[in-house]
Design a protein around this ligand. Structure first.
Ligand code: DP6
Length: 340
């Protein structure tokens, strides 16, 4: 039985977003979501299962490159998830974990999705549990980071809504599935990072407030049509169709956030500059569309032939930004080299 396991799991960018929960503790979404799993934005976690009792040890790699005890807010979420997995597996003992991200944490780049996906899969590996992808997705979801349910899979991934599960007799049934593998369509994501710090309002608070917005139900009514259009656009590799829907969907999500009580403004002035620049690119014949998660950073989705031009146009903007060039990817991998 393996006692130590390391998993690298990518982040994902949602084309149709999870925003609002039926049951926030169990991360049961009100609406379905659909995302593209990334490649270069990832978390890597090493988990060691130690048979003696005691506290879990949780380390993370800081910006200086060293491993240190993780800050309390993050360590508490990790500890809760490890306790949950220990109960689920009906085992004793404790865990030692180390984790690192290849990109800024908690800045709207879904570091919780990659982080809790990597943590869940590495823990299952360390305790030697054989699990189906559906189980892995449901277990990752139960970390509280719903989007982690999508990051355990590669390519294009759909996470159905709670209504698909009847009366929710089995919460374990709420898991994500692959719609298409990464090889089906090579899409690129040029991420304009305009804020590297942690966002002030967490996605969890955003889900809590979502239904206070007068636009919440308007967006919900639009989602079935949008989901169908996105699925179809992916199936047929119809970039124009995909792009239009995902840009509208992202703006709608932020309208809901901005009109929640209390209001949440994730955008910064630089966000608007980039949104405008992407529209200008389209006027000049460059097919690129924007989407944003719960943060100020903008994901510019495009096809490989214009990726270079998109990056160049963004770099020329008169604002402070850094770019991460990412693309659709095959999902998590188990690695031989451990972090400790
Ligand atoms: C706007 O509750 O999964 O990114 O754990 O912080 O990533 P984190 O948030 P989660 O909500 C995700 C909100 C979203 C949309 C999405 O990814 O579907």
């Amino acid at each position: 039985m393996a006692a130590k396991c390391t998993v690298r799991s990518p982040s994902n960018i949602a084309f149709i977003k999870y925003w609002g929960a039926k049951d926030l503790d169990q991360a049961i979404p009100i609406n379905p979501s659909l995302s593209m799993t990334l490649t270069n934005c990832y978390s890597r976690s090493t988990v060691e299962w130690v048979s003696e009792d005691g506290e879990h040890e949780i380390q993370w790699r800081t910006s200086s490159g060293d491993f240190e005890a993780a800050p309390p807010a993050f360590a508490d979420r990790v500890r809760q998830h490890l306790d949950f997995l220990r109960r689920w597996a009906k085992i004793e003992g404790r865990f030692r974990i180390a984790t690192e991200n290849s990109f800024p944490s908690a800045a709207g780049l879904a570091s919780s999705a990659s982080g809790f996906s990597a943590l869940t899969l590495a823990t299952l590996g360390a305790i030697g549990r054989q699990t189906s992808t559906a189980e892995e997705s449901a277990l990752a979801r139960l970390s509280g980071s719903g989007s982690a349910a999508r990051s355990v899979l590669g390519g294009y991934v759909e996470w159905p809504a709670s209504s698909s599960f009847g009366a929710l007799s089995s919460r374990a049934e709420c898991y994500a599935c692959q719609v298409m593998p990464a090889e089906h369509w090579d899409l690129r994501n040029v991420i304009a990072v305009v804020e590297r710090g942690a966002k002030l309002i967490s996605s969890l608070d955003g889900h809590r407030r979502a239904q206070t917005s007068p636009y919440f139900h308007t967006r919900q009514r639009r989602l079935p049509g949008r989901l169908k259009a996105v699925r179809r656009a992916i199936e047929t590799r119809d970039f124009e169709r995909l792009g239009k829907v995902i840009e509208t969907e992202a703006i709608d999500l932020h309208c809901v956030a901005m009109t929640s009580e209390p209001a949440i403004f994730y955008w910064s002035p630089a966000t608007l500059t980039i949104l405008e620049a992407v529209r200008a690119m389209r006027m000049d014949g460059i097919a690129a569309f924007s989407t944003m998660d719960a943060g100020a950073n903008v994901h510019v989705i495009c096809q490989p032939e214009v990726e270079g031009e998109v990056a160049q146009r963004l770099e020329q903007l008169d604002i402070e930004l850094s770019l991460i060039r990412d693309c659709v990817g095959p999902g998590p991998v188990v690695e031989d080299e451990h972090l400790f």
